[in-house]
Design a protein. Structure first.
Lengths: 181, 181
């Protein structure tokens, strides 16, 4: 699955074949076709694997649960999230390739839709938890999700549109305005 | 160029060849290779063509210039923008394919970066104009750009993540919170 992520990021969904995964993983020809039932299976499991690798670890989660519920914490959380994404560039490029491939494959679209909704709901739960006393309502969580997803796309695909300082300022401004008292 | 947009949206950047453009445009084999100097040329001009087709017409621009400078106008503008994008689905899918291809092609990346920055600046100008009296500052324009770009990605690639009513509510909430008094 990790090899499939690298192939997706580098060559796009159309470049992803059992054979290309075998080569990337440096395993004997025919190995990938033994582990994945179909190309749809390969695509959807590569997508799940990206989400799995993007989960914060238990120590990070514990730290978040004990952070002060204020806007500053939000900004820190969001910058960490964006840094985690930047550190797994191929994973996010693979997800974008999968989204585009989903316009052509209903089964992949259904799997990704379920995954994204679960992710938004999980974020909402974290925010609600953090938000004892903080106005981190569901609308704020969704608006931040929208804005930050595009910051990530911009950073991954056209990194010179915004400088790093501009991105940092946009993250802070987004929290300042969207997470209203 | 229009044929190239359709091929990009349907088959991705890797499916875009002179030959596939000839077939899509129903012109004799060899025609595309007479009109485009290289594959980079074909990719970048297809991208420019999408932006050209997304421009609002003169009547729409004139109407915007005479609209009342309030938040309601912003919401109307943004819903129109999103509708214009939905009406040119293949153009936006083609732009996403081009962004991903730009991670592999520095020349394409440079062209797209210039184009996107110009677009953000143009939006800022429109907003400044509208904003005589309105707090449509450059930060607001950028934050709306981020949020709306991702709404469009979601709508085009995983249309069931948010319902149409949810998308409408998110547009209104984004303006309400981001365009602060």
């Amino acid at each position: 699955m990790d090899a499939a992520i690298e192939v997706l990021a580098r060559e796009g969904a159309r470049g992803l074949t059992f054979r290309s995964v075998d080569v990337e993983a440096a395993v004997p020809p025919g190995t990938a076709s033994n582990y994945f039932a179909s190309r749809d299976d390969l695509l959807t499991r590569a997508g799940s694997r990206v989400y799995e690798r993007l989960q914060p670890d238990d120590a990070t989660m514990a730290r978040h649960r004990t952070s002060a519920p204020d806007r500053h914490t939000y900004v820190v959380l969001m910058r960490e999230l964006i840094a985690r994404i930047g550190a797994f560039r191929t994973g996010h490029l693979a997800l974008l390739e999968l989204r585009l491939e989903a316009t052509r494959r209903p089964e992949l679209r259904a799997v990704l839709t379920g995954r994204v909704r679960a992710d938004i709901d999980a974020n909402a739960n974290v925010a609600y938890h953090l938000a004892s006393g903080l106005p981190g309502d569901a609308t704020a969580v969704r608006l931040l999700y929208l804005a930050f997803n595009w910051i990530v796309v911009e950073q991954l695909t056209l990194p010179d549109v915004f400088s790093e300082a501009e991105r940092d300022a946009l993250v802070a401004a987004a929290v300042e305005r969207i997470v209203t008292p």
